[in-house]
Design a binder for this molecule. Sequence first.
Ligand code: COA
Ligand code: AMP
Length: 626
Amino acid sequence: MGEYRRIWEQSIERPQEFWGDAARAIDWFTEPKVVLDDSDAPHYRWFVGGELNTCFNALDRHVNAGRGDQVALIYDSPVTGVKQSFTFDELLGEVSRFAGVLRSLDVQKGDRVVIYMPMTPQAVIAMLACARIGAVHSVVFGGFASKELALRIDDAKPKVVVSASCGIEVARIIEYKPLLDAAIAQCVYPPEHCVIYQRPQAKATMVEERDVDWVTLMEWAQPVECVAVMATDPLYILYTSGTTGRPKGVIRDNGGHAVALTWSMANIYNTHQGEVFWAASDVGWVVGHSYIVYAPLLAGCTTLLYEGKPVGTPDAGAFWRVIEEHRVKTLFTAPTSFRAIKREDPDGILLHDYDLSHFQYLFLAGERTDPETYNWAVEMLGVPVTDHWWQTETGWAIAANLMGLEPMVAKPGSATNPVPGFDVRVFDDQHDLGRGHEGNIVIKLPLPPGCMVGVWGDDKKFFDAYLSQVPGYYLTGDGGHIDEDGYLFVMGRIDDVINVAGHRLSTGEIEEILASHLDVAECAVIGVNDQLKGQVPRGLVVLKHGVERDHAVIEAELVQLVREHLGAVASLKQVDVIAALPKTRSGKVLRKVMRAMADGVDMPIPSTIDNPAIIDALRPVLEPKA
Ligand code: COA
Ligand code: AMP
């Protein structure tokens, strides 16, 4: 039996033993009394009774072990021309002083702090400072507009919001402060204070008494030591799109998270203390939480924070430049980045300008890596390329080619094998379909450490949304199959979630925004295939009776409305006014049929359709032009 199989079986058959061993890689203030508490199944708790501090494990213990001079964080920002590095000593100094800033604003253990920041070191410092004092951070992606930010503030009810004067999108300055002010104006639970980091590219106007300046407070701040928290205490809340208009606040605990991420660095990524790990994502997404901030630092690696794009900052050689300059061993990004690079430099001419001899692994996630992109990356880079599958909910990979355990022969289009701890099955509504059949991907409970433990502010939601459909299993929301060799193929969502350039969005949420327009009677949003971004949303709206305004004007207003309410990141560029939506006789909108039409895929029209003539009327609107 191969090493992978042996370890995977142990993790499933004897999880206490397996994760109890893995937990030795973490420094505990109090050892856990119970590795896996199943007394409240299907709700499980890991490392009950254990006390630790995640920031201590990410910073202090490396300094205590004499590695304070090693670089912990490299900031590389082609959009501002700034490059900066922090040793573990320096990062610890910044983090403990910012923890002092939060304390001076009366942030205590268990209080929430919303972080709405661009990709600057201050975002990482703020996150670790929260962990240090046991405050619960909730990072909101900088590309979200005020309404989205307001929703998250009202749900998390933070004492403090940490933000910056601006973000920079290639050459465009996005002022964050007006967005934050507008969000707070809509909030029922506004924060007591906002800490604002003034960047030289834009100066934020401060609101007296509420807003305080990062630099000024840091000058006076007293460093604060780590606070012991229970393994089961929340480390952070991260909101993610579900099927409804309201994002769900995924809760991550401290103990399981630290153990799982540390294990993953060695076994999935084969990246160790002192080596350079780069996740080219954003701290606002789960990949950024886990693999820009926590996992590399927990493992004592150097992590890289890149404020730029794969193309345009300045060109399609940007990734190769960063890999060479900072001796990156492992890169983790979304397939869309590689499609963007491939589009600009299909023959990889720019690669010849750089020395990538330190580079050993490419990991891709956020959406399925299409075989064409996979093959191109393998051909260009000559290193193992791993498509691995995961979700905000799990916080780390569910399926991967485990480079540190036993690398397998890859199959393009497959996320390879379940990661130890994850017992992945394919079901129809209630039955295990076994190998070779397409169905809903579920995971047998318990989920391993590091996965979500609940939905913030809604005790029932975790059960209702994920655990109730198939008793004893977690419903992933993805569909796919396991082939005869046990390789997992994740083919796409089974719900209304879409992935746009690796960003997870809910079509339901976009529909709510379109429906709020005064002229709109009803609408549907579908995710259609896009060569660069994987999927992009398209809107279809039916106007209220009697509306006679120019359709083109209304369509443009709707595109703008989504930019204003959700953010440009939704990438909604096309909304069409149509006469009627195709529906079943029971009134269900036939989104799948419209999606197939837009993708140019043949799909039988269901016999339950109420208004077949509408399909013919939709063809010229939806079908791809030859
Ligand atoms: N703040 C403000 N606006 C933002 C933003 C941020 N943090 N991030 C993106 N946006 C805006 C962009 O400026 C763009 O606005 P525009 O429509 O006015 O041009 C819009 O949101 C869409 O952004 P994006 O999805 O980044 O598309 P793009 O066309 O600018 O770039 C790629 C295309 C492929 C280069 C880009 O999507 C990319 O780098 N993808 C990688 C994604 C990734 O790392 N995902 C994380 C999961 S691992
Ligand atoms: P997020 O929560 O933003 O990380 O998005 C999670 C969703 O992205 C998953 O449920 C999948 O639909 C999709 N996804 C992420 N990685 C992969 C992958 N490697 N293959 C297929 N789908 C993926």
